[in-house]
Ligand binder design. Sequence first.
Ligand code: NAD
Length: 291
Amino acid sequence: MILIDGKKTSELLQSEIAEEVITIKNNGGKIPHLAAVLVGNDGGSETYVAGKVKACEKVGFKSTLIRYDDTVTQDELLKCISQLNCDDDLDGFIVQLPLPKHISEEKVIEAINPHKDVDGFHPINVGRMVAGMPAFISATPFGIMELIKRYKIETSGKNCVVIGRSNIVGRPMSILLSQKGIDCTVTICHSRTKNLKEVCAQADIIVAALGRAEFLTGDMVKEGAVVIDVGITRVKSDKTKSGWKLLGDVKFDEVAPKCSFITPVPGGVGPMTIASLLYNTLLSSKKVIYK
Ligand code: NAD
């Protein structure tokens, strides 16, 4: 069994990005600039955004954090987005989700200029990805594809089961895995899927992205399978200082011995997400996706 080291791979990807930034600087080019919009004081969102800002500094990007109180109106937020859309110094920006209930995430995502949508959530980028055109691909699926490529995991003709059909993980994963050049035969499962255990037991590759701690058990996985665990659930623990620990969607101790490759939680998919966002910002600054 090979443990897929997302932390190490993320550090490698970030050091590759940092090297490119040095080259850009040395050639007198413009330093990539990423902005993040944070609404409210949700603890999780604060942590994610702080991580993104810190990662920008580490690779030499410029970063801007724009904060709003959770009483901000939808119109105020949309106005901010239209200003960011027109800011020539910005290569990309993200609006950290979730947003307060009185703001439509759909309207906010649609308001972002697709050329600066480094989260890859805008329907134009989603549509381009589906059509196999150059697009900003959302960070978590991009990070998973990067792990698959860098660990040289064979995908052609493999049966792949994706559990979860969310717009940010499950659905884009199912599309990327079925694309030409990757060539998996993909089954996408969700909360209404019948015989999930039997479906998973046929899979060469399983991507578990449902958000239920330790859902995928040993009896659902065949010998030699590749298991990618996307889930992050915080559960109480008396063994950690913080009183919390993170669990994935996979019952690791049961599943890992049967796998050819598996991602741990933490240290698997999670660390790749931020590196992927930085990579998208670099692509944007180099005008690779939209010329
Ligand atoms: P979501 O809640 O939007 O979607 C969950 C999906 O799982 C739904 O499509 C639902 O139909 C399916 N599902 C729920 N229960 C099921 C069941 N019993 N059987 C089969 N399918 C079931 O979640 P999401 O945003 O896609 O996130 C999924 C998990 O991945 C969460 O734990 C989240 O925290 C984590 N996540 C991690 C990263 C990362 O960087 N590692 C990034 C995004 C999300």
